[in-house]
Design a protein around this ligand. Structure first.
Ligand code: GTP
Ligand code: MG
Length: 269
């Protein structure tokens, strides 16, 4: 499995996360652990993020550092997914806020037929610490309500832990345009449009100081991006909004394939 870690000025938080990942990959669990390769995608770091990441490369867990010209967490994750070739891919934050036991839960769900497994601080059984400032909490509530319009049924779009079937991730991320923190919403909306099975799993989430998210600088931008995502996806002809055959006389699947060669209906494979 290849795991993307977007990292911007993470020289302090990233080493502990990479060490914990390596220890986890080497430990034995109740389900077999596939070899793990980490792709750290750095854009805009002014510290030694790339050097500290590269120094933690080892045969037990490969760590590769990629650079991405476009700024933003979304752009970095997209670049990482585009470079990943494994059957299962995922991404995780550099702060290591999500307990790594989520990997095992995700593997179980994928084996049971899920296409996408996302960590959730809102799912029953999740454990989180409330610690955000009042401004951030109010903003997060409003953001959740706005995001729910685009991805109905998904309670926590923003947890930094998501695992995908590799082919689906590559298709969906290639179409995703959001470069900032709202990219998760566009990715999930596109997965739902493709009828992918998206499952939320409860996570144990611990706050790690040193957040790169600034409510003023990134918050407003994140809301603006939700509007842009809504606009983009509303205009995009999707399977859900185009139920009738485009060419009379042909079955819907055939005319759909003619209209959008290569489109695979995830729910119908
Ligand atoms: N490559 C890259 N990574 C970024 C950028 N902005 C944020 N990140 C990474 O995205 C991940 C999540 O950022 P955090 O700072 O933990 O913010 P958050 O998880 O959204 O918010 P908190 O709840 O405050 O932790 C971290 O791994 C960051 O280094 C960026 O512009 N480029
Ligand atoms: Mg974080």
């Amino acid at each position: 499995m290849q795991l993307i870690i977007p990292a911007c000025n993470e020289e302090r938080r990233l080493p502990a996360t990479l060490r914990a990942l390596r220890a986890y990959a080497l430990s034995t669990g109740t389900v077999p652990r596939p070899p793990l390769e980490v792709l750290v995608v750095d854009n805009g770091s002014t510290d030694r993020t790339a050097e500290v990441a590269a120094s933690l490369d080892s045969p037990a867990m490969r760590v590769r550092v990629l650079h991405c010209a476009e700024p933003g967490k979304g752009a970095a994750v997209r670049a990482g997914i585009a470079a990943a070739t494994s059957d299962v891919v995922g991404f995780m934050d550099a702060d290591g806020a999500t307990d790594l036991a989520a990997f095992e839960a995700a593997a179980v769900r994928l084996a049971a037929g899920a296409d996408v497994v996302i960590g959730s601080r809102a799912a029953e059984g999740a454990e989180t610490e409330a610690r955000h400032t009042r401004l951030r909490s109010v903003g997060a509530g409003a953001y959740r309500r706005a995001a729910a319009v685009l991805v109905p049924g998904i309670a926590d779009t923003q947890c930094g832990f998501k695992i995908f079937r590799g082919d689906l991730a590559r298709d969906v991320f290639a179409a995703t345009e959001t470069a900032g923190f709202s990219f998760d919403v566009e990715v999930l909306a596109r997965c739902l449009d493709l009828r992918a099975r998206v499952e939320e799993i409860p996570v144990v989430w611990t706050d790690v100081p040193g957040s790169t998210f600034s409510p003023l600088r990134h918050g407003l931008r994140s809301f603006a991006d939700l509007l842009a995502i809504g606009w983009r996806l509303r205009r995009r002809p999707t399977v859900a909004t185009r139920p009738t055959p485009l060419r009379p006389g042909l079955p819907p699947e055939v005319s759909r394939e003619l209209a959008e060669p290569g489109l695979r209906l995830v729910g119908e494979r």
